[in-house]
Design a protein around this ligand. Structure first.
Ligand SMILES: [Zn+2]
Ligand SMILES: [Zn+2]
Length: 339
């Protein structure tokens, strides 16, 4: 596919899409019902529909029975850990293999013209973005995800929490199911903004930002404290009436779904003239510029905070102005006489 029909490349080979990012037409005033309807399929396709399907397969075919979950036993917990690890290995692995090892589409649609493996970097364990990411993903990421899942399933099995069944509360559960990606993003904005502040950035979140040119194994390459915060969005199911199927879907959106922002390509080619949108651009810009796009535009928080970057020249200028003001503020604070 000719990526230059959809975007442009600079001298380094970095790809920029022609169309600036559009925030989701959900929280806009005045409401835009037609725009909302034409956007709606993108809310589900391709990613959230895939994550719901994966969550449903896990719930119906790969989760032990209620009686088993009611007793904390390492054997079923180990099974949950294994199946989560296998899924991440397959999904992240397939994307890595196709796009980064086989380089099946070269650097067509690739935001950063370079491939991370072309350059060793001391910031990573063993000098490799991939090895570092794999160690952190399976060392603390998937185990912490599994710990949340084990706790939620066990509490459901012993009847602790506002659990509901579809037969009695179909509308409440469907509404919650539809809101899961929004809840995830609102929560992510909050914890993400938080870990960009002062020492939390230095000690915790800088680990994730070592990937300036993110690739699939960067997705869950985080400090364990970030992993703990990252999956805590699932605790909402102990507050609102819910069902374990929705917990499984939510864990997929948060866990497996972390890969969406770290694909590194704007489109994944599926044939000679066909491709699917990765939806990775907003988070790529976050990795490139750091203090923009704490979320992906589904919730309006970045627009309200003035940190939304849609990839346009105007957004770039706004960001540079904001950074210059911040620098001046920090300089004057550093130079101010101590009281
Ligand atoms: Zn990231
Ligand atoms: Zn960040």
């Amino acid at each position: 596919m000719d990526d230059l029909q959809f975007g442009r490349k600079n001298k380094r080979g970095d790809y920029t899409p022609n169309d600036p990012l559009e925030p989701a037409p959900v929280f806009v005033w005045p409401p835009r019902p037609l725009k909302f309807l034409s956007w709606l399929p993108h809310y589900f396709l391709p990613w959230n529909a895939l994550f719901f399907a994966l969550g449903a397969v896990f719930w119906f075919y790969a989760t032990p029975a209620k009686e088993t979950l009611a007793v904390l036993d390492w054997r079923w917990m180990a099974w949950i850990l294994l199946r989560n690890a296998l899924l991440v290995f397959v999904i992240y692995g397939v994307l890595e293999l196709r796009l980064y090892i086989n380089r099946a589409q070269g650097n067509r649609f690739k935001f950063n013209g370079l491939f991370p493996s072309d350059r060793k970097s001391d910031v990573f364990l063993f000098g490799s973005q991939n090895i570092d990411g794999i160690i952190r993903t399976f060392g603390t990421g998937v185990p912490i995800w599994t710990a949340y899942e084990v706790i939620m399933l066990h509490l459901w099995a012993i009847g602790w929490g506002p659990w509901a069944v579809f037969g009695d509360n179909p509308l409440a559960l469907i509404a919650l199911g539809l809101l899961v990606p929004l809840i995830h993003e609102a929560h992510f904005f909050c914890i993400h903004w938080l870990i960009h502040q002062g020492p939390l950035y230095k000690w915790v979140h800088s680990v994730h930002h070592n990937s300036v040119n993110p690739s699939p194994w960067s997705s869950l390459s985080m400090h364990p404290v970030e992993h703990l915060l990252y999956w805590s969005d699932v605790l909402i199911h102990l507050v609102l009436p819910s069902h374990p199927l929705l917990v499984m879907y939510h864990l997929q959106v948060t866990g497996t779904g972390a890969v969406v922002g770290h694909i590194g390509f704007d489109k994944i080619e599926t044939g000679k003239d066909s491709a699917i949108d990765s939806h990775a651009y907003a988070h790529y810009l976050h990795h490139k510029h750091f203090e923009v796009n704490y979320a992906d535009g589904l919730v309006p928080f970045d627009r309200l905070a003035g940190t939304w970057h849609d990839g346009s020249k105007e957004a770039e200028e706004r960001m540079q102005l904001r950074y210059a003001k911040k620098k001046a503020r920090l300089n004057s604070a550093a130079g101010a006489p101590k009281a």
